[in-house]
Design a binder for this molecule. Structure first.
Ligand code: NAP
Ligand code: MG
Length: 399
């Protein structure tokens, strides 16, 4: 074999848990290390090591991504009471993804990986729909109250100097409920910037939708900030790239998404993104065919799979079974990170390798060599169901 492809700068490698940790090592061994002289700064975010380091390893890994600009992350367990017992943890740790997202101040973009032979449920969709979900505020940070009986509810803003501004919410004639939600201009601006930056990167137009006809102040602020950021920082770059920005009402957006052919980045407010990303994911086929990338407003990026650690398969693997767990989203997390490193370092051979690995992966599937989750969805000729190790060999052979 000729010399391996070299890397200029390192990327941040974040290892994780359970079945995805098993596949992580397999992907590196069979699909990357034989071809690339891999340079990574390695962080072990297995639950055991997060516990041993009092979770400082998670914080360090996020700071490393800020420093090096690119990271790739395996799925990790978010601890709960059952996991505390299973792993004899000192304490419950916050979700690593939430910790990393908070440090990078990032937005998560999710996109299906299209492959011939696996068709989306929505027959008009020809191109992927990428969802960008705002990760701060609204109903996820709401204050709520049960109102026991008649009375008046007001919103009160008290300034630093003690001056008050009030507005009435409702005059209750009987029992009811009330909710106060908020957002911050800075967070909305960072979200808008991340969406426009990522769209330029993947060459997609941006759609943003809210309900500013009803919520003139709150949703209106989102609409205005998106317009300001676009006009002020991105319009020229979008026009040069042949891209566009489109604002519409959320109900109109939903109708257009369902009858359209896809091929855009859909920037969603927090709740809309929660709901719509699950709809897009399940209508596109499989969670194992979905990539996820965290983009910070500064441009640092972290690639991962959209699925979790696939716990049920892991327990079967521990008993000696060769499971048919789909490694495609993990492979694409690696190719995304390698291609980004190549772009930032201007090392085209590395970018070319990432594209070849993606092509070899898709060709294996298209030629009927598939893991069980995909074989169940495939149309046309019946596929050969492979276990994860056989599937990775099928990709390696084509690579
Ligand atoms: P999961 O790991 O996404 O798996 C749920 C089910 O989806 C699996 O049992 C499997 O279905 C199917 N599936 C997911 N990925 C697959 C793949 N690559 N190939 C084939 N089938 C796949 O979700 P979970 O079991 O609810 O969560 C397990 C752990 O992951 C939890 O501790 C959670 O905290 C963590 N998690 C981490 C992340 C992250 O780090 N980004 C995200 C979500 C969850 P069948 O069993 O029917 O085959
Ligand atoms: Mg959800």
């Amino acid at each position: 074999m000729p010399g391996k492809i070299t890397m200029d700068r390192a990327l941040v490698e974040i290892d994780g848990d359970e079945m995805t940790r098993v596949l992580w090592a397999l992907i590196k061994e069979k699909l990357i290390l034989p071809f690339v002289d891999l340079k990574t700064e390695y962080y072990d975010l297995s639950l055991e090591n997060r516990d041993a380091t009092d979770d400082s390893v998670t914080v360090e890994s996020a700071r490393a991504i800020r420093r090096l600009g690119v990271g790739v992350k395996c799925a990790t367990i978010t601890s709960n009471a059952a996991r505390q017992e299973e792993y004899r943890l000192k304490r419950l740790h916050p979700s690593p993804n939430a910790t990393i997202r908070a440090i990078l101040d990032g937005t998560v973009f999710r996109a299906p990986i299209p492959v011939r032979g696996i068709s989306p449920t929505v027959s008009t969709w020809k191109k992927p729909i990428v969802i960008g979900r705002h990760a701060y505020g609204d109903v996820y940070r709401a204050a709520e109250m049960k109102i026991p009986g008649p009375g008046r509810v007001e919103l009160v803003y008290t300034q630093a100097d003690g001056r008050e501004t009030r507005t009435g919410v409702a005059d209750f004639t009987g029992p009811g409920i009330v909710q106060g939600i908020h957002n911050l201009d800075d967070s909305i601006r960072g979200f808008a910037r991340s969406c426009f930056l990522y769209a330029l990167d993947v060459k997609l137009p941006v759609w943003f939708a809210a309900k500013d006809t009803i919520s003139k102040t709150y949703d209106g602020r989102f609409k205005d900030i998106f317009a300001e950021v676009y006009e002020g920082e991105f319009k020229d770059r979008f026009q040069t790239a042949g891209l566009s920005y489109f604002y519409t009402l959320i109900d109109d957006a939903v109708a257009r998404v369902i009858r359209g052919e896809g091929g855009f980045l859909w920037a969603c407010k927090n709740y809309d993104g929660d709901v719509m990303s699950d709809m897009i994911a399940s209508a596109s086929g499989s969670l194992a065919m979905m990539t996820s990338v965290l983009v910070s407003p500064s441009g640092a990026v972290e690639y991962e799979a959209a699925h979790g650690t696939v716990q049920r398969h892991y327990y079967r693997w521990k008993k000696g079974e060769r499971t048919s767990t789909n490694p495609v989203a993990l492979i694409f997390a690696w190719t995304g990170a390698l291609a980004k490193r190549a772009e930032l370092d201007a090392t085209p051979a590395l970018g070319d390798f990432a594209r070849r690995l993606e092509a070899a992966t898709l060709r294996a599937i298209e030629e009927g060599e598939q893991t069980g989750d995909l074989a169940r969805l495939a149309v046309g000729a019946p596929a050969k169901i492979l276990d994860s190790w056989e599937f990775v060999e099928a990709v390696a052979g084509r690579l």
